[in-house]
Design a protein around this ligand. Structure first.
Ligand SMILES: Nc1ncnc2c1ncn2[C@@H]1O[C@H](COP(=O)(O)OP(=O)(O)OP(=O)(O)O)[C@@H](O)[C@H]1O
Ligand SMILES: [Mg+2]
Length: 286
């Protein structure tokens, strides 16, 4: 197992009247290089689950694994783990602690012992990668940014530690359409070309679904569905019952199919839909 959990249970504020079991015996595993999605209604435990994967939260019971070993509580090991398993929070503000954008992104490379001139190049590369300006922005305080810019700085600061697993919690919240498509372009490149394992929690499937190998579905802290994207997105009724949906393009294909057109419904990208509809046109013209 590269990364995953075994019967992971998490209780917030245990032993108090406010005790809340947010995860219930969740078991899953991902291989190195997989692109995975965690979906589920609000409050189903997505953010709680991913904070276990880099040791930010500790299991109430059960285990979390990285490279086949259970994550322990040794501080040095946890710090090393957090460099290899990078997590971008749902609220980017929660991870900022520096006075400038530059220092925020430089933190990881400095910690890794790089010379300042190399650190500068790494900061510029990370800003460039997420599509942010490398001249004025680095001098600003992270709180003096728009919400989309904060998210991109949070991404850049995690990327600068060169993680092997990149976990993002609702990464497109606050991004404009070109920011969203840049972000997914970047994630695709990191996954397909650099072999990064990517795990995303999101309510917005439109850009994510086409890239995804595996989907995990949480409901009330339980993992109720897991498997290849095609299989999970074929559980249309169950997803709707959970208050979840399908990518808009997949819905269109279902709509066409329900009107008697012979099209596949396991389509998750506009390009896939275009090809499928063109095939249909070809069949009609024959
Ligand atoms: N710090 C906390 N203290 C106590 N309970 C918490 C805390 N954080 C989350 N919870 C509770 O744990 C459960 C799971 O929350 P979590 O944030 O993991 O859900 P989520 O699936 O990420 O939701 P969303 O889609 O809204 O981000 C919810 O019932 C939530 O109220
Ligand atoms: Mg969440």
């Amino acid at each position: 197992m590269f990364i995953g959990t075994e019967k992971l249970t998490h209780i917030y504020m245990p032993g108090t009247p406010f005790a809340n079991q947010a995860l219930k015996e969740v078991t899953f595993e991902l291989s190195r290089g997989e692109f995975a999605l965690v979906i589920g209604p609000s409050g189903s435990g997505k953010s709680t689950l991913i904070q276990h994967l880099n040791g930010l939260l500790r299991p109430s019971s059960g285990k979390v694994f990285f490279e086949g070993r259970a994550i322990g509580s040794d501080k040095a090991e946890l710090l090393a783990l957090r460099k290899r398993v990078g997590l971008v929070f749902q609220m980017p503000e929660e991870q900022f602690f520096s006075e400038t954008v530059y220092d925020e992104i430089a933190f990881a490379p400095r910690n890794l012992g790089f010379e300042e001139n190399i650190v500068q190049t790494m900061v510029e590369e990370a800003l460039d990668e997420v599509g942010l300006d490398t001249t004025v922005l680095p001098k600003r305080h992270p709180f003096q940014l728009s919400s989309g810019q904060k998210r991109l700085v949070a991404l850049a600061s995690v990327l600068s530690s060169k993680p092997e697993v990149f976990i993002l919690d609702e990464p497109t919240a606050g991004l404009d359409p070109s920011g969203r498509s840049n972000l997914y372009g970047l994630l695709k490149r990191l996954n397909r070309e650099n072999g990064l394992t990517v795990l995303i929690c999101t309510h917005h499937l439109d850009e994510a679904a086409a890239l995804t190998d595996t989907v995990l579905v949480l409901q009330g802290g339980r993992l109720v569905l897991k498997g290849p994207a095609e299989k999970i997105f074929s559980h249309r009724e169950q997803l709707y019952q959970l208050g979840l949906g399908l990518p808009a393009v997949t819905e269109i294909m279902y709509g066409l199919s329900e009107q008697g057109m012979k099209v596949r419904t396991n389509i998750y990208s506009l390009e896939g839909a275009r090809q499928e509809i063109n095939k249909l046109k070809g069949r009609c013209e024959k």
